[in-house]
Design a protein around this ligand. Structure first.
Ligand SMILES: Cc1cc2nc3c(=O)[nH]c(=O)nc-3n(C[C@H](O)[C@H](O)[C@H](O)COP(=O)(O)O)c2cc1C
Length: 421
């Protein structure tokens, strides 16, 4: 069974350079079990051939209001769709859709549907930053359209900036979350939620050149931030790896380096968060003194005294807002379940995500991970070796479960009072 089994999806493709990436989205949708009906604009056909979509999709590609066998093609497509996704969406498409113009089959289909709509803009930075484009996107988002991307990155002609089509993985995650939930146009099952996520390993300076650090790459934390934003959450990502952090709408990146900076950023941004995901590898100790200049070999072997850093998770556990869900992470090399259980209990958190970083392909630096999720009500889920974005989806599902349980139990988990759980 695919995640999108039985869902009818209209895939609109418009005339941007990123049209070739819609082929990958089409394939992934079909692989996930969706029935995909492609609709291309004349502009799109200048970039990619319809034959590719014909071969990959579930029905023949439609390109015109006037050529299809069905007498009213836009209503057939629009009324029959469980979701319409436009990928990529040109500046022209955004403007026409916002204004309700229906001059071609794709915009007419958008007018003729009551299904949720996902729009994935892609264009050069100058175009993307135009006030008219920004306003069109804001109005569409206010009307309940899910906007995925764009990202910051390499664009056509070698330019770098905002405007690159969102990663197909994020587009699929957004579609998944809409069709996987109640099918409403809420823009994803995390719409309206605030998520605070930490990522990367902290660096504790010894001198201006050297530091005490760890192997964390930030990939899992960044995958969580991307996935939560794709599901509609407003995300703050406190990271030691800002250069690889998701540069997408919905994620605010806060760059830090040390455990102390991370503690300050987390504690001053946690009050309004519904879910806090502490995926960063925060140093437990830091040098008591930081040398003002580089330590030289000629000066002999230095003695470095260490002192404990702030225990951010425990601090959050003591001060959390009512109803807030706290998720800790544990990188272990032995006794995974036992160590994870004792951390879950000692920190006063709702859930722990534990991984055995000594296993092949797991944790630090890898694109894959395998985790054990434990929650306070005794729930345990094993996520086998998977891509980090898949692990992120499982972690968010479990965290949402904790949040819903907390809210069903009366809007607050008693976190405020039961500080030493
Ligand atoms: C080489 C080339 C690349 C283009 N890339 C984009 C793009 O990435 N995004 C965009 O909004 N428009 C882009 N355009 C402009 C659109 O193709 C143009 O606005 C067209 O009318 C859009 O048609 P459509 O929205 O009906 O597909 C590009 C044009 C050319 C010639």
């Amino acid at each position: 069974m695919g995640a999108l089994d039985g869902h009818r999806i209209v895939l609109g493709v418009t005339g941007g350079i990123a049209a070739y990436k819609a082929i990958e989205v089409c394939r992934r949708l079909v692989d996930a079990g969706a029935h995909v009906a492609p609709v291309m604009t004349g502009g799109a056909m200048r970039f990619v051939g319809r034959a590719t979509f014909d071969a990959l999709a579930s029905e023949t590609t439609q390109v015109s209001l006037w050529d299809e066998e069905h007498p009213v093609p836009h209503t057939r497509l629009g009324q029959g769709a469980d979701l319409v996704v436009v990928c990529p969406a040109t500046a022209r498409l955004l403007a026409d859709y916002r204004m309700g113009r229906s001059g071609d089959l794709l915009t007419a289909t958008l007018m003729a549907t009551r299904a949720p709509v996902v729009v994935c803009p892609a264009m050069h930075t100058e175009m993307w930053e135009q006030p008219a484009v920004q306003e069109n996107v804001s109005v569409l988002a206010e009307r309940g359209v899910t906007i995925v991307g764009p990202e910051h990155g390499r664009l056509a002609g070698g330019d770098v900036g905002a405007g690159r089509l969102a990663d197909p993985v994020d587009i699929l995650a957004a579609i998944d979350s809409i069709l996987g939930s109640d099918g409403s146009t809420s823009g994803g099952d995390m719409a309206g939620l605030e998520v605070l996520v930490t990522a990367g390993g902290t660096r504790e300076p010894i001198c201006p050149v050297r530091y005490v650090g760890n192997r964390s790459s930030g990939k899992q934390g960044h995958a969580l931030a991307r996935a939560a934003a794709a599901r509609g959450a407003k995300v703050r990502c406190v990271t030691t790896q800002p250069e690889t952090a998701p540069d997408i709408i919905g994620v605010q990146v806060l760059a830090v380096e040390t455990a102390a900076e991370m503690a300050t950023a987390v504690l001053s941004n946690s009050a309004t968060a519904d879910i806090v995901l502490m995926a960063a590898a925060v140093a437990d100790f830091r040098p008591v003194e930081v040398a003002g200049s580089k330590l030289k070999k000629a000066d002999g072997t230095p003695e470095i005294m260490l002192e404990p850093t702030t225990d951010i998770l425990a601090e959050l556990g003591r001060n959390r807002s009512p109803g807030q869900v706290l998720v800790g992470f544990a990188a272990e090399t032995d006794d995974l379940r036992q160590n994870a259980t004792s951390k879950l209990e000692s920190k006063g958190i709702d859930m722990i995500v534990a991984n055995d970083v000594s296993a092949s392909g797991v944790g630090f630096g890898h694109d894959t991970n395998a985790v054990l999720l434990l929650d306070r009500s005794g729930g345990a889920t094993e996520v086998p070796l998977s891509e980090k974005h898949q692990v992120a989806a499982a972690v968010l599902d479990a965290a949402l479960g904790c949040l819903h349980n907390a809210r069903d139990a009366g809007g607050a988990t008693g976190h405020g009072e039961d500080v030493n759980r």
